[in-house]
Design a protein around this ligand. Structure first.
Ligand SMILES: [Fe+2]
Length: 428
């Protein structure tokens, strides 16, 4: 066979494979994937602009240009059109079968003031964007939605998040649902740009980021090239897991699709990262990953068990407060749990893989629910986590109901540090 024919056959096989491995349960009709008309634009013009935290007081600005000679500079300042600072960064490209990406730029800016609006421009020209830096201290608010994709439901979820006052977006995996079709990464980048260029988007990988081809392509090349997260800044050797601090909270983004067994690189890094957390200063400890450990939906049962067996003891010993996961296309919140049962010193687990992707909802739940399941519902929506102070956080889940955000679940969460679960020497 000719090389082009081999590539085409391989692509068709991968599309069929990716469609079937996730279709093991019945879902309601999903909304259509959005259609993005092609539009001409000058090739140095920045596309798919998004920002992420990059160490203390710094933010990474990422964007793509068709023009390979466009510089990786970001000009920025606190007044519109008046850029007092300039940072230079790095760039990369990648090829995937017949697709070649544009020039992907990553430029770190800072030091930046907290709770401040900055105006910025990418590549020395083009439109002006603006971002707001997170606060130095509590309170801080996170928007949370996983398994986004790019459908009519995704658009609805994003418009609801846009209406809420939040400081960062947390995304526990499955971003674009490109599923090997690389230009869908580009359309996803354009879809989220209005939000992701204005507030840091902190993401971790899901199965739809994997895109590996046996003996030909390792997974995560597109994801790692486009969505560079602060792994080096947090002492990790992989973009698939990292941590960051914001407003006195420590957030750990784990990788459900990186090695997690005892003494693996990720396990060792997690252990070291947790050991560095000073609970006298860091009152809240939050962890995200893609495949939930506590899930009473019939979808994706047992998939998280091996990771849970390896890593839950570390999280429990460190007194992690909240765990946010995706993967299951429905919402569920647990009581505080550990080792398969309610435990006042365990974490509250939330499954929030209901951002609105093309696969639709996971509607079948186990009946009766386990004793640790506090609330569950198969609807698209998003979550908001407001950490109010060192002892209290307010969690709410907003269902997409006829395109209106409806607050459907809410609860106050008391931090473990103020619940007597942390030994005195750690500073209760
Ligand atoms: Fe997933």
């Amino acid at each position: 066979m000719k090389p082009k024919l081999v590539v085409t056959v391989l692509t068709v096989f991968l599309l069929i494979y990716s469609a079937t491995v996730t279709a093991d349960y019945v879902r309601p009709p999903p909304r259509k994937t959005l259609h993005f008309p092609w539009s001409s634009r000058p090739s140095p013009s920045p596309q798919q602009v998004h920002i992420s935290l990059a160490g203390d007081k710094h933010i990474r600005v990422s964007w793509i240009t068709d023009d390979k000679s466009s510089p990786s500079i970001v000009e920025y300042g606190t007044s519109p059109g008046n850029y007092s600072e300039t940072s230079d960064g790095e760039s990369t490209t990648y090829s995937y079968l017949l697709y070649t990406s544009g020039k992907i730029h990553h430029t770190v800016i800072g030091p930046l003031e907290p709770s401040t609006i900055y105006f910025y421009r990418c590549g020395g020209q083009g439109p002006e964007f603006q971002l707001k830096t997170p606060p130095l201290q509590l309170p801080v608010t996170f928007a949370v939605a996983g398994d986004l994709g790019q459908t009519g439901w995704t658009k609805s979820t994003l418009s609801h998040i846009d209406k809420c006052k939040y400081d960062l977006h947390l995304l526990p995996g499955d971003l674009s649902y490109a599923d090997y079709i690389q230009h869908r990464w580009d359309t996803f980048g354009e879809l989220v740009q209005p939000l992701a260029s204005a507030r840091p988007w902190m993401v971790t990988e899901g199965n739809h980021e994997k895109e590996s081809i046996p003996l030909f392509k390792d997974g995560f090349e597109s994801y790692n090239s486009r969505w560079k997260m602060p792994f080096q800044e947090s002492g990790s050797s992989s973009n698939l897991y990292y941590s960051f601090e914001v407003a006195g909270a420590h957030i750990i983004m784990l990788g459900s699709y990186a090695e997690y067994y005892e003494y693996s690189d990720q396990y060792n890094w997690l252990k070291a990262d947790l050991a560095k957390v000073d609970r006298k200063k860091t009152r809240w400890l939050i962890v995200l990953f893609h495949v939930p450990w506590y899930n009473s939906n019939e979808a994706h049962q047992f998939e998280g068990d091996a990771m849970m067996a390896s890593m839950e003891p570390l999280l429990y010993a460190a007194r992690v407060d909240i765990v946010l996961a995706g993967h299951v296309h429905a919402y569920e919140r647990t009581e505080r749990v550990n080792n398969g049962k309610s435990d006042p010193c365990g974490a509250v687990h939330v499954t929030i893989g209901d951002g609105g992707n093309k696969e639709g909802l996971a509607r079948k739940y186990k009946d009766p629910p386990p004793e640790w399941s506090a609330f569950r519902e198969a609807s698209f929506g998003h979550g908001e986590l407001k950490i109010v102070n060192s002892s209290h956080a307010y969690w709410s889940w907003h269902r997409n109901d006829d395109d209106e955000p409806v607050k459907s679940d809410e609860t106050w969460i008391t931090s473990l540090i103020s619940s007597g679960c942390i030994a005195n020497e750690l500073g209760s």
